[in-house]
Write a protein that binds this ligand. Sequence first.
Ligand code: MN
Length: 135
Amino acid sequence: MIIRHANTEHAAPAKPSQFTGRAVGDSILPATDGVIINTMTFEPGARTHWHTHEHGQILSVVTGYGLICTAGEAPEALRPGDWVWIPPGERHWHGAGPDTFLTHTAISLGATQWSDEVSAEEYASAPHTVEGESE
Ligand code: MN
């Protein structure tokens, strides 16, 4: 079965209780045995709240530039072609860079536990997401 995304039938805006800024989720596979596959597009500055995934999460960066941050560590740049493994229960956030769009496909395993918002200070500590771009 080929899933085509030429219209907005599968798309839904991200919930303000889970995301800061504007993001749209394009559902590829709704929950099947606890596996959810969703392609998310974040506008510049948009990011998830802090959260955990019961059995972990895999991210594949499709296009654009963004950020991933694990609690207690500095945010790291995400670039097209990058893959990320987020272990079960690890507190983290992900999203666009301040000046860049980001589209990633997320394979989420088990339930997602949503937590507090990523503060402007936490987000501002992020590095530039586009290689070679300077202040
Ligand atoms: Mn996640």
